[in-house]
Design a protein around this ligand. Structure first.
Ligand code: FAD
Length: 439
């Protein structure tokens, strides 16, 4: 336990949470999706939580942490999947969610404080005919800062690629943990220094992010008798340049049976595609559905879809959430496939042991199937075997069963992020233990 007496005196006026139950809750994220991470992380708890309202309060906290050598872990909404915001070495949690301001919003661009929720930004942008380019399926609660520091992409990635793609993050303001904390503004390619760095090298307080023209997105589920046809339909829709779409989420049976709220629409044995398509493009979309002999078993207008139930919350890692609600022993993988042919090879090889869930995305100008497969966990050895088999056969696995930054999707040390960490966090206080290169 660190000594917090003087530390807290220096931070008078800043909201502190020290109730053990609340601190424990705010020390968690969704690491329980992984049976490997659960035993390692479930007892990792911070000493207290601080909730700044302004950037100057963030600087005050940074200053006190440096002075007293107290570890600091930034937390957005805590919806990360790999224990990203779990404090491995106690210290404080800096909860950024009170910083929710929009500094400015204009056609194509927004400048926001890091704690604003993606859903809230979307609503504001829509008032001027724009929307966020991409959101995670946790858009209702996830923060913009947390998405940049911990996420990868999501609904919209079929149009705009992933967060790491040049242009998808324009600028960030970062508070350092130097003897005298500074604010550094990163623009252009320099933003990659902190993009997807798990908050190991700076507290992001403000971001400039690009927007997309807003469409009215209709929501449809298309059912298929064969999974191969569903997967090929997903690819064809992704390739159909004349049809605007924001999400193509394809699920092999029995995954749709985990979607309890959609049960009355989808027959138990069918494979299906959950799609967000521009309402004005429904006509060509339906022609494509017909070509692939799919059956539209659910359709919601853009207006209806904007209220209540949305298919977004059955896509990406929400699929895993629904599956685990039905069967908590299920876990998941994250993969990038080169093409549908390779998807089918793995689908046939693993059969029901690895249930196929695809999310089509744009990568370097090409549409490819990413996947968040659902699987029964038996042993760590078998999990490793499955991962290795995929890798040996040309499928990239972004391992979701590790909290180490480099061991997930990156696979290699990011020298630029490491150099920036050495500069801005000379005492190694930020999100301790998450950057392998710095251990
Ligand atoms: P947190 O979980 O609070 O933090 C994530 C990481 O960022 C942590 O390392 C934290 O320390 C760091 N961080 C947070 N704020 C800051 C800051 N201001 N400065 C520096 N570091 C910071 N992810 C996707 O990419 N796409 C998806 O579609 C998706 N779907 C999901 C579905 C479910 C059901 C779940 C549980 C997770 C999903 N995720 C997805 C993961 C996660 O929800 C997103 O990445 C989300 O954007 C994280 O935001 P957050 O505010 O919850 O961040």
């Amino acid at each position: 336990m660190y000594a917090y007496g003087n530390f807290l005196v220096e931070l008078e006026g800043i909201e502190v949470i020290n109730s053990p139950t609340q601190v424990a809750k705010l020390s968690e994220d969704y690491f329980r999706f992984s049976p490997i991470l659960t035993p390692v992380l479930e007892n990792k708890v911070a000493d207290l939580v601080l909730r700044p309202k302004t950037e100057s309060e963030v600087i005050q906290i940074a200053q006190a942490c440096v002075k007293h050598r107290i570890p600091l872990t930034v937390r957005g909404a805590g919806t990360g999947n790999y224990g990203q915001c779990v404090p491995l070495n106690r210290g404080i949690i800096l909860d950024i969610t009170r910083m929710q301001g929009i500094k400015w919003l204009k056609p194509g661009l927004a400048c926001v404080e890091a704690g604003i929720k993606l859903g809230a930004l979307d609503r504001k942008a829509q008032e001027i005919g724009w929307e966020t380019r991409m959101v995670p399926s946790t858009f209702r609660s996830a923060t913009v800062g947390g998405f940049i520091a911990g996420g990868s992409g999501g609904i919209g990635s079929i149009l705009y690629g992933q967060l790491r793609d040049r242009g998808n993050l324009r600028a960030v303001r970062v508070v350092t943990l130097e003897d005298t904390p500074r604010i550094i503004e990163l623009r252009g390619d320099d933003v990659q220094k902190v993009n997807h760095a798990y908050g190991t090298n700076g507290i992001i307080t403000e971001l400039e992010i690009p927007l997309a023209p807003a469409y009215g997105w209709a929501e449809c589920i298309v059912a298929f008798k064969e999974f191969e046809v569903a997967a090929n339909f997903g690819q064809a829709l992704g390739n159909a340049d004349g049809i605007m779409k924001k999400m193509i989420s394809v699920h092999a049976a029995p995954i749709p049976s985990f979607f309890i709220a959609l049960k009355s629409y989808i027959s138990t044995s069918s494979h299906c595609a959950l799609v967000l398509v521009a309402e004005s493009d429904l006509e060509p979309f339906k022609s494509l559905v017909q070509e692939y002999k799919g059956e539209i078993c659910y359709e919601k207008s853009a207006q209806d879809a904007s209220k209540g139930l949305t298919l977004v919350e059955f896509s990406w890692n929400h699929t895993t959430l629904h599956a685990r609600t039905v069967d908590p022993s299920l876990t998941y993988l994250q993969s990038l496939f080169p093409d549908v042919e390779k998807v089918m090879e793995m689908y046939r090889y693993f059969s029901d042991e690895v249930m196929m869930h695809l999310e089509f995305i744009r990568m370097n100008g090409k549409i490819i199937p990413a996947a968040i497969q659902i699987m029964e966990f038996t042993t760590s050895d078998r999990l490793e075997e499955i991962i290795k088999y995929h890798e040996d056969h040309g499928v990239l696995i972004a391992n979701p069963h590790t909290y180490l930054l480099e061991d997930g999707g990156m696979k290699a040390v990011n020298q630029e992020q490491l150099d920036f960490k050495r500069l801005v966090d000379p005492y190694g206080l930020m999100n301790v233990g998450k950057m392998r290169a710095y251990l």
